[in-house]
Design a binder for this molecule. Structure first.
Ligand SMILES: *[C@@H]1O[C@H](CO)[C@@H](O)[C@H](O)[C@H]1NC(C)=O
Ligand SMILES: *[C@@H]1O[C@H](CO)[C@@H](O)[C@H](O)[C@H]1NC(C)=O
Ligand SMILES: *[C@@H]1O[C@H](CO)[C@@H](O)[C@H](O)[C@H]1NC(C)=O
Length: 223
């Protein structure tokens, strides 16, 4: 949660930087221009903030409550890392493994800095923002299949009598719909997070245009 806020901030600053560097001569941003802090780890105010924050995290875990509402410390994992591009080691690192993790069938037993999280929604934003910066919105009405023709081929070869929930009309779905989550393709399509899952079992996902993954490419952690 904290990581994502920071990520948005970085993304926003990155975008701001892009516009300031490209528009400086015409219309500079109004306001002070602060130099970036370069040695935060040795700054007393920063150290005190981190120490207070660490204490707050510990209190939150033991009390199961915060001034903003309850925190389910029996089931909630978190991983936070704060870093500066001016320093080699992270400024702050905190990981928490709740007791419930021990009972999970999948995933790690201990959350640490090597734990892989699903951060899908963050990566989606980065993809779309990068696309908009580089290409603008001129391509938003193009069919996705124009750029990934394998999908179109698969769509055409699908049995027309197939269940419409399992039959993705790749020839009609446009880039903007995909970016806006309006393409009609559900999250964790095919049911319980796996192709060929519980709700709509399919024999061969590649018949739908989905490229097969090697076992080493499959995410190992679900939590
Ligand atoms: C530490 O950071 C605070 C807040 O940004 C700043 O006011 C202060 O000057 C910094 N102290 C040092 C020693 O750099
Ligand atoms: C950390 O907490 C102490 C005690 O509440 C407080 O005096 C201090 O100002 C806090 N430090 C920062 C940087 O907020
Ligand atoms: C949280 O964890 C406890 C103990 O593992 C479990 O009994 C409970 O159902 C969990 N609560 C939720 C909301 O998942």
């Amino acid at each position: 949660m904290m990581l994502s806020t920071r990520y948005y901030a970085l993304l926003f600053l990155g975008t701001l930087h892009y516009f300031t560097t490209h528009a400086q001569s015409i219309c500079p941003l109004i306001g002070p221009d602060f130099p970036p802090p370069k040695s935060l780890s040795s700054n007393k105010t920063f150290q005190s903030t981190i120490s207070n924050f660490t204490q707050l995290l510990q209190q939150t875990i033991s009390a199961g409550n915060t001034q903003y509402g309850p925190f389910d410390s029996a089931n909630t994992s978190y991983s936070t890392e704060l870093f500066s591009t001016y320093e080699l080691t992270p400024l702050f690192t905190a990981h928490f493994t709740p007791p419930a993790v021990a009972t999970y069938q999948d995933g790690v037993k201990s959350v640490d800095s090597n734990t892989v999280f699903r951060i899908g929604s963050l990566t989606k934003l980065i993809v779309v923002y990068t696309f908009l910066i580089e290409a603008g919105d001129a391509r938003f009405n193009d069919p996705v299949a124009k750029y990934v023709p394998e999908l179109l081929g698969a769509a055409q070869s699908i049995n027309p009598s197939a269940n419409s929930l399992g039959n993705v009309a790749w020839d009609e779905i446009i880039v903007g719909e995909l970016a806006a989550h309006m393409a009609g393709i559900g999250r964790d399509w095919e049911g319980l997070g796996k192709i060929g899952g519980f709700f709509f079992p399919v024999g061969d996902p590649s018949a739908l245009g989905l490229q097969p993954l090697h076992a080493s490419e499959l995410p190992r952690s679900k939590y």
